[in-house]
Design a binder for this molecule. Structure first.
Ligand SMILES: *[C@@H]1O[C@H](CO)[C@@H](O)[C@H](O)[C@H]1NC(C)=O
Ligand SMILES: *[C@@H]1O[C@H](CO)[C@@H](O)[C@H](O)[C@H]1NC(C)=O
Ligand SMILES: *[C@@H]1O[C@H](CO)[C@@H](O)[C@H](O)[C@H]1NC(C)=O
Ligand SMILES: *[C@@H]1O[C@H](CO)[C@@H](O)[C@H](O)[C@H]1NC(C)=O
Ligand SMILES: *[C@@H]1O[C@H](CO)[C@@H](O)[C@H](O)[C@H]1NC(C)=O
Ligand SMILES: *[C@@H]1O[C@H](CO)[C@@H](O)[C@H](O)[C@H]1NC(C)=O
Ligand SMILES: *[C@@H]1O[C@H](CO)[C@@H](O)[C@H](O)[C@H]1NC(C)=O
Ligand SMILES: *[C@@H]1O[C@H](CO)[C@@H](O)[C@H](O)[C@H]1NC(C)=O
Ligand SMILES: *[C@@H]1O[C@H](CO)[C@@H](O)[C@H](O)[C@H]1NC(C)=O
Length: 429
């Protein structure tokens, strides 16, 4: 169905609402188009915000006299925006944001060289699929939010050689065809959050040797990541994979990520951490493994790492806390909060060097002598564990300098009984 463009040349009251408004020649600018419902021009951000309540046809020169860096066009009801061949020819803005309109670009459209950033937000309907406007060849940023792009075909972005940032967020993507990102050799940031694909196939990110940030979080149907999905991503510093349905981590998956500093695997269905999965990523500083249902960790799984933070709060089962799992790990903050831990087996802390170990909000009600034997940490957090009893010499064989025991029922501090030197700081309230 061809969109019918409703053109209004009615002169109506122009509502100018802004604290810091600039009075450009709005009358001339909107000569040929429907008058916007509101025009907001913010000097500070240098954004001209146009709000329409009906479809808009843009002709040559429509935005010629607008000096703003950014132009935002928002439609209060689902509309059409038709861009004629030369409609953006004299555009000076670097950034164009379009919200709530199906964008109809006419044949032979001339892409304005000044435009570096295009944002299409809610610009598709279930019936009308958005197609990526390949015509904007000078873009450095392209962002799609809430659109309808079930398939990203091969070579979709091949004409956009300068693209540095690409978002395809909440865009109903089911299929990422092989080679769909080919040609994006300078891309630095890719955001694929909130889509519906079920797998990341081998080589899907090929060519992304400069990519620094990859966000594939909240793709709730994502179950399968091929062991070669991230191959060749030498520069990747940040990888977000939280809130997906992946249930296993294959050894080799992260092997090419020689610059990776932060990895999020929060809230997935991972149950097992195999040894070797992090062995080649010695640059890692932060790993989020919160809110999973981890039932086993192989000894030495974190052996080569020197981290700022390892997040294992929420969902780590009591059984996973087994001897040797932290062997060889150096970490500033080891978080093990809220895991319903009721006891700690011997040798769990072997080979661990930590600054802070946080075991708050567990159920270590009676601290026995073997729980912390060999623990090498400066500070131990044991808040809110329902602790009623601490055994004789319970902290003797540790190197702690500080223990936080707040929110327990312990009333008196007995350093000597607990096997601690006088210098150790204990907080109970
Ligand atoms: C832009 O401004 C120039 C000079 O003031 C004027 O001649 C021209 O008609 C304006 N163009 C539009 C589309 O308003
Ligand atoms: C848009 O707003 C103008 C001015 O308020 C009004 O005259 C016109 O009827 C509205 N159009 C629609 C489609 O609501
Ligand atoms: C990806 O895009 C979503 C939607 O705009 C945003 O909320 C999220 O912060 C982005 N991710 C990152 C890490 O920038
Ligand atoms: C995961 O998804 C839930 C529900 O959609 C949301 O509330 C939560 O913020 C998400 N967590 C992360 C880490 O993205
Ligand atoms: C992942 O775990 C959630 C519950 O935490 C469950 O509802 C969902 O079915 C699981 N997904 C898969 C693909 O197993
Ligand atoms: C404790 O860890 C530190 C490094 O954080 C290390 O220098 C020290 O030798 C360790 N102490 C013991 C007794 O293992
Ligand atoms: C340890 O956990 C408790 C409770 O969640 C929190 O209040 C405290 O700030 C945490 N300590 C550190 C160093 O993260
Ligand atoms: C463990 O502690 C939490 C809160 O700290 C509490 O809700 C839960 O009932 C406790 N479980 C057991 C088995 O004591
Ligand atoms: C400790 O108890 C106080 C007061 O009941 C509460 O506000 C705080 O959240 C508790 N902290 C933890 C870590 O449970």
């Amino acid at each position: 169905m061809k969109p019918s463009i409703c053109l209004s040349i009615l002169v109506s009251v122009l509502l100018v609402q802004a604290q810091e408004k600039e009075f450009h020649s709005f009358q001339e600018v909107y000569n040929n188009s429907p008058v916007p419902l509101q025009v907001l021009q913010y000097k500070e951000s240098d954004t001209l915000n146009l709000i329409y309540n009906e479809s808009l046809l843009m002709r040559r020169g429509t935005l010629d006299n607008v000096s703003s860096e950014c132009i935002s066009i928002t439609f209060t009801i689902a509309s059409f925006l038709r861009l004629e061949r030369e409609s953006l020819l004299g555009l000076k803005a670097r950034s164009l944001y379009i919200n709530n309109a199906i964008v109809d670009i006419q044949k032979g459209f001339i892409s304005p060289g000044s435009l570096k950033s295009l944002i299409l937000d809610n610009c598709g309907t279930p019936e009308t699929l958005l197609t990526v406007p390949k015509i904007f060849t000078d873009l450095e940023e392209l962002h799609f939010y809430s659109n309808n792009l079930p398939v990203i075909p091969s070579k979709t972005f091949v004409s956009m050689k300068n693209l540095k940032r690409l978002s395809l967020v909440l865009s109903n993507i089911v299929t990422l065809e092989l080679g769909c990102f080919s040609g994006l050799n300078d891309l630095l940031v890719l955001n694929l959050s909130y889509n519906r694909f079920t797998s990341l196939p081998s080589g899907v990110f090929d060519g992304f040797s400069k990519l620094k940030h990859l966000y594939v979080d909240n793709c709730h149907d994502l179950k399968q990541i091929d062991v070669n999905a991230f191959r060749g991503m030498d520069s990747l510093g940040e990888l977000w994979l939280q809130n997906n349905s992946i249930d296993s981590l294959q050894v080799g998956l992260f092997d090419d990520l020689r610059s990776l500093a932060a990895l999020s695997l929060e809230s997935t269905n991972i149950t097992h951490i195999p040894k070797g999965v992090f062995d080649k990523v010695k640059t890692l500083r932060v790993i989020y493994l919160k809110n999973n249902r981890i039932t086993s960790i192989e000894p030495n799984a974190f052996a080569v790492l020197n981290l700022e933070s390892l997040e294992l709060s929420g969902g780590l089962s009591q059984d996973a806390l087994a001897p040797g799992i932290f062997n060889g790990l150096t970490v500033e903050d080891l978080h093990l909060r809220g895991n319903d831990i009721r006891e700690i087996k011997p040798n769990v802390w072997d080979g661990l060097f930590a600054e802070n170990v946080n075991l708050s909000s567990n159920n270590l009600t009676k601290i026995s002598v073997e729980y912390f034997a060999g623990l090498n940490t400066t500070t131990l957090y044991l808040l809110a564990n329902g602790i009623t009893e601490i055994a004789q010499n319970a902290f003797k064989n540790t190197h702690v300098k500080e223990i936080d025991l707040r929110n327990n029922t312990i009333k008196t501090v007995e350093k000597t009984t607990w096997g601690l030197p006088e210098s150790v700081k204990i907080t109970i309230e």
